[in-house]
Write a protein of this length. Structure first.
Length: 83
């Protein structure tokens, strides 16, 4: 099984090494590969464990394919009334 994560603020080879080492220590990970701004993890590791490892390494990550939560201030779901 392959899990793909987006990890923010990975700006150099040293950052990649830190994240790769953290992910490699997670039980069930067989391989970690950085491609096109994403990290592909092969193995049967739990996604929550992978995200915790990324956070513990000092980075913010999310499952690729999920839109990041944005605070747009647009409240289209609420009714507005004009007086």
């Amino acid at each position: 099984m392959t899990t793909t994560l987006r990890v923010h603020d990975v700006t150099c080879d040293g950052c990649e090494r830190i994240v790769r080492d953290a992910l490699s220590d997670v039980s069930g990970v067989s391989d970690v590969e950085f491609l096109d701004g994403e990290v592909r993890i092969n193995g049967d590791a739990d996604v929550d464990d992978l995200l915790r490892a990324v956070e513990y390494a000092g980075y913010e990550g999310e499952l690729a394919g999920e839109e990041p939560a944005e605070e747009s201030g647009d409240e289209t779901d609420e009714e507005t009334t004009e007086e």
